[in-house]
Design a protein around this ligand. Structure first.
Ligand code: NAI
Length: 300
């Protein structure tokens, strides 16, 4: 199989000053992409800012013979998100690929969570993903080609104690991505999502060291590079990735039951097994396809 190359592509990777974003940026650049390395350079809870993180990754890319430009803007303000995209246009003349990866944590149990912990996490992850995608969208449309890779989490897909804000933001990113995939289809824009697991400052206090050594960020980036390439035909999909493991994740709906006018609380109770049985469960490509399951029964 021929190598997957990204020559002549211009990519933005947000939050690329460390962790997963750095690994994504290095791999995309090594495959020929010109990369905007965006990072606010703050701490894991989103406080502070520094130019050091983005500059260091730009230097690494250039030392390896690649092309890169630094961006220190925060993804979560409209003007700053537009400035990230402008960095790509000013430095490299166009934009083809966006990897929305920037993120912060403000973990706390729901009972103790204050409004600031909710707002900041929703802003950086969900609003930030939207704002950078929105600023990039006209450029991708004008190309007639685009790749967007967004970042969710198992916490969003399945829930995790102490992460109500983060889970909501991360599942919001899945819904946003699916709709952008539908809207981008006619312009050749493909939008997919990864749910990574990797060693980073976000996970190094949570997972034991021997486990962390098996899940390097570099074991996630090849999936990102594939999803950013011409070879990728998929859109609107979610992939769990970590430590060499890659698997599609899907929202599925059970075959269920159609009780029509006979739907009473008691019939619901009697049918509970069938309603919950995931044997034969299937994913749907869009909301209309899903709604038709209900309409089909109601109209028959
Ligand atoms: P990290 O903390 O090393 O990387 C996040 C980067 O985003 C940091 O360099 C940070 O400075 C930057 N950033 C934060 N706020 C920003 C803002 N407003 N504008 C621009 N940059 C900003 O953590 P990690 O693990 O590499 O996380 C990357 C992404 O992967 C995040 O979206 C995270 O939620 C997600 N993720 C990571 C998992 C893991 O196992 N490491 C698991 C599931 C999801």
């Amino acid at each position: 199989m021929t190598d997957i190359r990204l020559d002549d592509r211009v990519a933005i990777v947000t939050g690329a000053g460390g962790g997963l974003g750095r690994a994504h940026a290095l791999l995309l650049a090594s495959r020929g992409a010109k990369v905007v390395v965006n990072d606010l350079g703050g701490s894991v809870d989103g406080s502070g800012a520094s130019t050091r993180a983005a500059d260091a990754v730009v230097a690494e890319i250039e030392a390896a013979g690649g092309r890169a430009a630094a961006s220190y803007d925060s993804v979560d303000e409209p003007e700053a998100a537009a400035s990230i995209v402008k960095t790509a246009i000013d430095a490299f003349g166009k934009l083809d690929i966006v990897v929305n990866n920037a993120g912060i944590l403000r973990d706390v149990s729901f009972l103790k969570m204050d409004q600031a912990a909710w707002d900041s996490v929703i802003r950086v992850h969900l609003t930030g993903t939207m704002l950078v995608s929105k600023a990039a969208w006209p450029h991708l449309r004008d190309n007639g080609w685009g790749r967007v890779v967004n970042t969710t989490s198992a916490a969003g897909l399945y829930g995790n104690f102490g992460q109500a804000n983060y889970s909501a933001a991360k599942m919001g990113i899945v819904g946003l991505s699916k709709t952008l995939a539908h809207e981008g289809a006619k312009y050749g824009i493909k939008v997919n999502v990864i749910a990574p697991v990797a060693k980073s400052r976000m996970t190094e206090t949570i997972l034991p060291p021997p486990v962390l050594e098996t899940i390097r960020p570099e074991a996630v980036s090849p999936v990102v590079a594939y999803l950013c390439s011409d070879r990728c035909e998929e859109t609107a999909q979610v992939y769990a990735v970590g430590g060499g493991y890659v698997a599609r994740v899907a929202v599925v709906e059970a075959i269920g039951t159609q009780l029509g006018d006979g739907l009473t609380p008691e019939r619901v109770a009697e049918s509970w097994g069938q309603i919950n049985d995931l044997g034969g469960a299937r994913p749907f490509d869009n909301a209309m396809e899903a709604a038709q399951q209900a309409l089909k029964g109601a109209m028959s």
